[in-house]
Design a protein around this ligand. Sequence first.
Ligand SMILES: Cc1cc2nc3c(=O)[nH]c(=O)nc-3n(C[C@H](O)[C@H](O)[C@H](O)COP(=O)(O)OP(=O)(O)OC[C@H]3O[C@@H](n4cnc5c(N)ncnc54)[C@H](O)[C@@H]3O)c2cc1C
Length: 553
Amino acid sequence: MTFEIPGRLASPEPGWTISADVIVVGSGIAGLATAMHARRAGHSVLLVTKARVDEGSTRWAQGGIAAALADDDSPADHLADTLVAGAGLCDPGAVQVLAYEGPAAVRRLVRWGADFDLDDSGELALTREGGHHRDRIAHAGGDATGIEISRALVQAVTDDPKIELIEHALVLDLLLDAKGAAQGLTLHVMGAGQRDGVGAALAPAVVLATGGIGQVFASSTNPSVATGDGLALGIRAGAQVADIEFVQFHPTVLWLGDESTGQQPLVSEALRGEGAVLLDDDDARFLVGQHEMAELAPRDVVAKAIMYRMRETDREHVWLDARSFSSATWERRFPNIRAACLGHGIDPMTQLIPVVPAQHYVSGGLLTDLNGRTSIAGLFAVGECACTGVHGANRLASNSLLEGLVFADRIGSVLAAGLPKRRPIEALRGPSALLDPALRSVIQQSMTDNVGVLRTDTSIRATLDLLDATSQSAQVGVTQPHTAAWETTNIALVARVLADAALIREETRGSHWRDDFLEVDDQNWRVRIVSERLDDSQFAVSLRPVSPSLENQ
Ligand SMILES: Cc1cc2nc3c(=O)[nH]c(=O)nc-3n(C[C@H](O)[C@H](O)[C@H](O)COP(=O)(O)OP(=O)(O)OC[C@H]3O[C@@H](n4cnc5c(N)ncnc54)[C@H](O)[C@@H]3O)c2cc1C
């Protein structure tokens, strides 16, 4: 695979330098939990984040966090459900870590101050979501789980004077030593007094916890900060990326009209867990008979069924019927979803809710071993930007918050055992051009139209052609390090690697649906696609067995 990789060395010389033992990039559940563990390991921690500390996908999480906490549940059952959702591509070792270490991680989160909803006997109230065969989703504030987790972790981190937090700091590129190990990064701080402008942060351990890639698509449930920056800077530095073609499209976001782009309000599947059903224009429950779990089937099954029904009926959305819920249920379980619906003129107590699929989650990312280590020494990845092998071809609902917690803990254990060596930085190499921000919406729309829920060879190639054309324009694009240009450059790079993997995988599996290859092809494709940058224009793509994800180094 050959194409230009823009972005590296586009920033001017750093104007200032800061040092720490550990740098954590991102302040969602994964970054905040990693910062806590790194501190407990006795290290000085620099936590940098692109916007305000509470921005990111974490605070938007509604449904909850999955763990085998009920008496009638077990990690083995959680493991089994996760493997089914992952459609043959999960790394069983990673899922074992998730399922067996999950309950302790959630209890630790409670000790760190997260206030989850309790049942009448004072135990954690647990509900069920799509693909889970047991009640195992802990939630807070009804449907405000992410807000509560973020509040508790931000409080814990900011209470610790040895964790230095820099907000409004856009991380640009990785700094490597002569052996190719991570030794820090460049960042652009906006309006923080002494540390304004482009600087360098140095540390022998760098943890990327930069979240998802929602803004690579035209519509997503992800907030505006989710532009795939960590993934892009990892790719530029030569880290391996896997499973990136497996993008989960949430079946039910509130339909706000054809023209609506950017972050869209999510209508959690917890509503379907409580009995809401999907209807087409003729009031027919079209999921019944398509899957034994009907509306509670795995997300990919539901999203594709919706897309096909929309095609068949030539409609822009389907309907979710939650009119059977009592007002007490709305108040106790779904106050925010009801408020979002009311804010758009729909009263879900008396009206059907128009819903449509939108980008929601990327199962792949920077390939890690079971301790969060990427293929670059000293560089760790955790949370949505990482690919631990837990999700395989499709994430099971509410496993992502848990993944961030569990693997943050594992990175903490590695850091507690000792830090990598500090070495001098090698100069950044590579072309120094960024994309014109005007290209952003063009790329996003092309990704949604051509590399979205339903894909074909022809549609994916159309997007790749567009990306080829945009990469040419990078040579004449802007070179000043402002956020919009960096984000557009990152979006284009992630889109390129994703579309390439989607083109290569000639089968339908999990959340990757090829209209021109409708079957699962275990004989040829029960492998993961791993991409890796070789130089400024060459990418190596290899097919690997699903386990282990990345040998422990
Ligand atoms: C609407 C919605 C509902 C969801 N519901 C659930 C649910 O119920 N259960 C569940 O398990 N999962 C859910 N998810 C998924 C889950 O919320 C995310 O996968 C998870 O929160 C990701 O956590 P994270 O820490 O990896 O990333 P995030 O929480 O997204 O945090 C990423 C951080 O990185 C920072 N960052 C990004 N780029 C840069 C950069 N260049 N420089 C500096 N900082 C940067 C961001 O500002 C942010 O602080 C939901 C997601 C959404 C969007």
